[in-house]
Design a protein around this ligand. Sequence first.
Ligand code: ADP
Ligand code: ADP
Ligand code: ZN
Length: 208
Amino acid sequence: MSSIVLFGPPGAGKGTQAERITDSTGLPQISTGDMLRAAVKAGTETGLLAKTFMEAGQLVPDEVIIALIKDRITHPDAVDGVMFDGFPRTIPQAEALASITKVTHVIAIEVPDERIVGRICGRYSCAGCGSVYHDTFNPVGTDGCNCGNWEEKRRADDNEGTVMSRLGAYHEQTSPLAAWYETAGIFHRVNGDRAIDEITEDILAALN
Ligand code: ADP
Ligand code: ADP
Ligand code: ZN
């Protein structure tokens, strides 16, 4: 099994691009954020532990994340490769990943800090299918989502209060991974401060 990684700050557009890359490549998206939110909703032990960190805009401990990933990649859909969204976020997570799969591409979606608050505070998604929307930049159509099960969902942590700590966690704990992957020659930078479709084109080109 090999894998690709979508890398970047909160609100960079990783989930938005993952949806489109899955449509083009068939690679399943593995989002640790989505997995954690599902665990919180289900009230599992992992969910209870993760909740306080997520509400504070801090990273959930590595051992929790690594255990989630080790289980997830045993699912049958992961056999031919996967696309990680929001993982790894620390050097220990990247080391754990290297020991379980070959990472072939790390796609860094670059967006300046000053854009992030606006991206995150306008975010919502479709509860029916998970598609990501934005109040201004990518609003859902007047008939709701194409999936036919439109229901608006907003994340509890998508508020100005947590954005700064989430961005701080990104700069302190996650961005050092860039140098780590650059050394391995698999790091591709994409300008994420453009139209969604242009970014998708660049990512698909980097994957070929
Ligand atoms: P991430 O998964 O990296 O946290 P998302 O894909 O959820 O980011 O995007 C964050 C918000 O920004 C969403 O509301 C999304 O609709 C919006 N968005 C994504 N890409 C762009 C873009 N290129 N330009 C403007 N807004 C975008
Ligand atoms: P965003 O892209 O907007 O930061 P995510 O959905 O990726 O949002 O993550 C939401 C929260 O879940 C993070 O703020 C963090 O608390 C937790 N989280 C998600 N992925 C990881 C990870 N790989 N390591 C540690 N914490 C994580
Ligand atoms: Zn939908």
